[in-house]
Every structure is written in C-alpha cells, then in structure tokens.
Design a protein around this ligand. Structure first.
Ligand code: ZN
Length: 209
C-alpha cells in the first residue's frame, strides 16, 4: 500500500504559503508507517517547533491501473475519507530552501491521519464540501469545485508514473487556512457530500498530545 499526496492543489492555499500555482500536480509520498487511524492522537514530534494541520479529501483506489485515461479515472475510486496531512512546516521550509526532498517534514510516523471511508457513488464529485475544526472553531473550509486538478486528472497523472494498486490512498491537497498546532489541541474533520443540503458528517477527530 502506498500513500500518494498532492501539494498546492487549491489556489488559495498555494497563495497563503507564497507558492506559485502549479502547472502540473505536485506529487510526494508517505510510507504506510505514516498512517494514523481510528481517531488516535498524534504525539507532537520532538523534531519540530511548527507542526501544521492540512485537511484533505482522500481517495481510496479500488482497482489496479497503469496510465489510466482521464475518461476512465472514475472507475478507480468509489470512496473518500477526510485526512489530515500533518506537516513540520519549519523543517519543510529548510528542505525547500536547500532544494532537498521533504520526507522528514511530511512523511514521519502519524503524519497521515485518516478517517473511515464513505461512498461517493451517486455524488457529484465536483461539489463535496469539507471542514476542519480546531478546538471547535472552523479553521479550514474546502470545496472540491476549487481543486486545480480534479480527482480524475490526478488519477490519470499519478498513474503515468506509479501503478495504482487496490488499497492505495491519494491525499488530494488542502485548501487555505493551514496553521500551527500545540499540545492539547483537538481537531475534527467533517464532510458534506451535498453542498445544497448542509448535511455535515463528522469523519475524524485527532487530539495533539
Ligand atoms: Zn497536504
């Protein structure tokens, strides 16, 4: 199983970190040891002083595929989850400055928090809303209509380089509002599958210890 992540996939988030809006998806990976499931807490890593949250919609790959054509991409994922891409922003900044790979800032143990999955068959994939609350206050609010690269485009792009295998995950990028965490903070991620109906479902909680 692999965890594929997409960076800078919402223009408002690229801007808030002073990054250019990409012309192609920005791809990185996390190992399976990064997974944090069952609403387990995250222990604040000792190597960072600037741990950030990034709430993201996560796709679960349900079919093996290589070089998938965009028109068939929909067949490769039928369920989504709410994930949190935890990032050591200070270490990431140092890596970026030197042009180094950023795994130590992005792929550490517990850096990929993941909720249970829900079906999106019969759901409009371009109109899924999600939120992250920190200590009961909404800090991020995303809508998949604002994705720079759609889910289908990501499937087609990523599968050119990496064979997609059943059970792989794709973290599809975070909207604006990322920010720092401290010990004691409580995160809750929610999804609303039908923007018109305002039917928020709590997907994940994660406490920082
Ligand atoms: Zn991210």
């Amino acid at each position: 199983m692999k965890i594929i992540c997409i960076g800078r996939n919402y223009a408002d988030h690229a801007k808030e970190l002073n990054n250019p809006v990409p012309k192609q998806p920005l791809v990185f990976m996390k190992p399976s040891s990064a997974l944090l499931v069952n609403n387990k807490p995250l222990y604040y890593p000792e190597f960072t002083k600037d741990l950030h949250y990034e709430a993201e919609i996560v796709l679960k790959i349900c079919k093996n595929g290589k070089a998938v054509q965009p028109q068939f991409a929909k067949k490769y994922y039928k369920e989504i989850a709410l994930g949190i891409d935890f990032t050591a922003r200070d270490i990431q900044a140092r890596c970026k400055e030197k042009g180094h790979p950023w795994e130590i800032a992005k792929a550490f143990d517990g850096s990929a928090a993941l909720s249970n999955f829900i079906s999106i068959e019969n759901v409009k994939r371009e109109a899924i809303e999600f939120q992250l609350k920190k200590n009961d206050e909404v800090v991020q609010h995303g809508n998949t209509k604002d994705l720079i690269f759609s889910f289908d485009t990501l499937i087609a792009y990523v599968s050119k380089y990496f064979k997609l295998q059943m059970g792989d995950y794709i973290f599809t990028g975070t909207p604006a509002g990322v920010g720092p965490l401290k010990i004691g903070d409580q995160l809750e991620g929610l999804i609303n599958l039908n923007v018109k109906e305002d039917n928020w479902k709590s997907m994940i909680t994660c406490n920082i210890r």
